[in-house]
Design a protein around this ligand. Structure first.
Ligand SMILES: Nc1ncnc2c1ncn2[C@@H]1O[C@H](COP(=O)(O)OP(=O)(O)OP(=O)(O)O)[C@@H](O)[C@H]1O
Ligand SMILES: [Mg+2]
Length: 235
């Protein structure tokens, strides 16, 4: 069973009337296996973020379905969906989204605290997660005392702290210079290789996409290319 499957996934945004509705994602059928590192590329407006948000249960589809570990996300009520988002999915955003008034350690521990874990257990898990991204030496710093690359590594530690089934990242290197971008990509590669973590990453950057084991290209809301389904010609 794939860890994530989409069947005829579709999203239409109805803005102010039928004539202005936008089909952002249409007929997307994807199987992602545990331990895959998948990059989603495509032009601006091609539906990458909308797709990622549906995969993560942030946006509800207009049609089709998303199965995460065999569970149809549409079958879940808001509370159960929120619990899956907290426990089984790790999100990484372009702008890190660390809370400025918390230390890095507190930021990383936050998903566990919000999920009702006791402070000592959350703390220990957060330290371990920070160590995994090479940021344990900055645990007591606040985000504004860290570089962009360090903040993003902290955000990845936060995404991993719950041991999610899958990590979803939307332009995780979009705000970084090339050296920091390479570091973040290397980190994601290592997580996939060493922890058999599953990562789906949206990126504009061809160099970043090339680091993934599989590349899916979106065009006008559809999958225009999937390196996993390109047939190798037999001669
Ligand atoms: N909330 C919304 N309401 C209406 N239209 C939307 C909404 N969100 C996205 N869209 C439209 O859906 C299409 C896909 O948007 P999406 O954000 O998924 O693109 P993207 O591939 O992530 O682009 P970018 O590379 O610029 O981030 C675009 O035409 C966009 O204008
Ligand atoms: Mg986007």
């Amino acid at each position: 069973m794939p860890i994530l499957r989409t069947e005829r996934l579709e999203k239409t945004f109805d803005t102010s009337g039928a004539d202005t509705s936008v089909v952002a994602v249409r007929d997307v059928n994807l199987d992602v296996e545990a331990g895959e590192f998948l990059a989603i590329t495509g032009a601006s407006g091609s539906g990458k973020s909308t797709l990622l948000h549906m995969l993560g249960g942030i946006t509800r589809p207009s049609g089709g379905r998303v199965l995460l570990e065999g569970v149809d996300l549409a079958s879940l009520g808001d509370d159960d969906l929120a619990a899956i988002r907290r426990r089984r999915i790790g999100f990484v955003f372009q702008r890190y989204n660390l809370l400025p008034e918390l230390t890095l350690l507190e930021n990383v521990a936050l998903p566990l605290v919000l999920d009702g874990r006791n402070a000592a257990a959350a703390d220990a898990a957060a330290r371990e997660s920070l160590a995994a991204v090479g940021m344990d030496h900055r645990a007591s710093h606040r985000p504004d005392e860290l570089s962009g690359g360090e903040q993003q590594r902290g955000a990845i530690a936060r995404a991993l702290v719950t041991s999610p089934a899958i990590v979803l990242a939307d332009e995780p290197t979009g705000a970084l210079d090339s050296a920091n971008s390479a570091r973040v990509v290397e980190l994601l590669q290592r997580l996939v290789a060493e922890r058999r973590q599953t990562v789906i990453m949206v990126t504009h950057d061809a160099t970043v996409a090339a680091a993934a084991g599989r590349v899916v290209k979106m065009r006008d809301g559809r999958v225009a290319y999937d390196s996993a389904s390109v047939e190798v010609p037999v001669s």
